[in-house]
Design a binder for this molecule. Structure first.
Ligand code: UDP
Ligand code: MG
Length: 351
């Protein structure tokens, strides 16, 4: 299937010649972590290739302003498993991962952070579950190291709120670290929405899903690239993409306040009729009601605006990302032996 959004044409590779695994690593100002990451990947990829078949890694440089891209280009020269996509600017983590999926040719695709918070050593367990027939294996964080109490609290509240608001069951405490079968990747590639909340989309597509508990390590080096501003934007995308509960809430709020106003009006009329002619409507109560109502109106307008803004972004139909360079995609692919390596469903579906 041709990806919904890609600016280069991805050649159709017969299934038997596809790499078995594609690891996708988004990179944004990660020069501090790249040497450690490559050292860990060299061992892990060699082991994966030996046990499963050819494993490729796709690094997506999301407009880093440090030396990340130079380090990646240099490293790719001696590593046939490396492919690099260089974005024309920073498009954001979710889009970077999407570009990786559009260009991945593996029969299973793994999304993982480049800062080694998602330990590559968990991959053999994920692959084992995939071989058992699970089509999505998502990692569930049982413990989070080296993250602020604020981040842990907001993340935990967010997942619980999201579960209440949406009708898609998005597993709590999962990030983007997950293995997905080709079928799932093709399904996600066909979804061209601009405001992407991948873990929600991955839940929405369905298929056979399995959680795998793990301990989330601290960042290997450098600082988080997800400040509060980006976390908030992701949370808004998640809520707006998977729920219209805020719009319904605005209606309910409007109706309740209208009812209260009518009640208040009736009370005022009764008080006026029962007074001895000296009744003075209170200045304070008018101001309170007026300011309360304008606040409520602005909030509801804002909620509607969040959705309209997203509709506007979709209608423009711009590409999700622009790539300035592609490195390593012409590397020879290793032909796969027809062994008992793949889940039966995949072999039957061979295209
Ligand atoms: N990242 C990216 N683009 C961005 C922000 C982050 O590609 O605009 C990458 C980053 O390099 C890392 C991953 O997304 O590989 C997760 O980011 P980070 O570890 O900073 O997030 P945290 O784990 O703190 O939530
Ligand atoms: Mg991280």
């Amino acid at each position: 299937m041709t990806p919904a959004y890609s600016n280069g044409s991805v050649p159709a590779i017969p299934l038997t010649e596809r790499p078995v695994l594609s690891l996708i690593l988004p990179i944004y100002n990660e020069e501090a972590v790249i040497p450690t990451l490559l050292a860990r990947l060299d061992t892990v990829v060699a082991q994966l290739t030996e046990e499963n078949g050819f494993t490729e890694t796709i690094f997506v440089n999301d407009g880093s302003r440090d030396a990340s891209i130079q380090l990646l280009i240099e490293a790719a020269k001696s590593r046939p498993y490396m492919r690099v996509l260089n974005f024309s600017r920073n498009f954001g983590h979710q889009v970077a991962v999407t570009a990786g999926m559009n260009h991945a040719s593996g029969q299973a695709v793994v999304l993982m952070d480049a800062d080694l918070q998602d330990p590559p050593e968990l991959l053999p367990q994920m692959i084992a579950l995939w071989r058992e027939g699970w089509e999505v294996v998502y990692a569930v964080r049982t413990q989070r190291e080296g993250e602020t109490a604020f981040k842990k609290l907001t993340a935990s509240l967010f997942y619980r709120l999201l579960q209440r608001l949406t009708n898609v069951s998005i597993p709590a405490d999962t990030g983007d670290f997950r293995l997905m079968d080709r079928k799932v990747v093709d399904a996600l590639n066909s979804m061209g929405e601009h405001h992407r909340f991948l873990r929600g989309m991955a839940a929405w597509v369905g298929f056979k899903q399995k959680g795998l508990p793990y301990k989330r390590d601290a960042r290997a080096a450098g600082e988080t690239k997800y400040p509060f501003r980006k976390m908030w934007a992701l949370a808004m995308d998640a809520v707006c993409a998977f729920s219209i509960a805020p719009l319904k809430m605005a209606t309910r709020l409007g109706v309740s306040i209208a009812c209260l106003s009518i009640l208040y009006g009736i009370i005022t009329i009764i008080r006026f009729l029962m007074s001895d002619g000296t009744f003075q409507p209170g200045w304070a109560s008018i101001i309170v009601v007026l300011s309360l109502l304008s606040g409520v109106q602005l909030i509801t307008l804002g909620i509607v605006g969040e959705y309209i803004g997203r509709i506007y972004d979709e209608v423009k139909g711009r590409p999700l990302y622009l790539i300035s360079d592609k490195i390593g995609f012409d590397q020879p692919r290793v032909k796969q032996p027809e062994k008992e390596l793949l889940p039966t469903t995949l072999r039957q579906n061979g295209d």
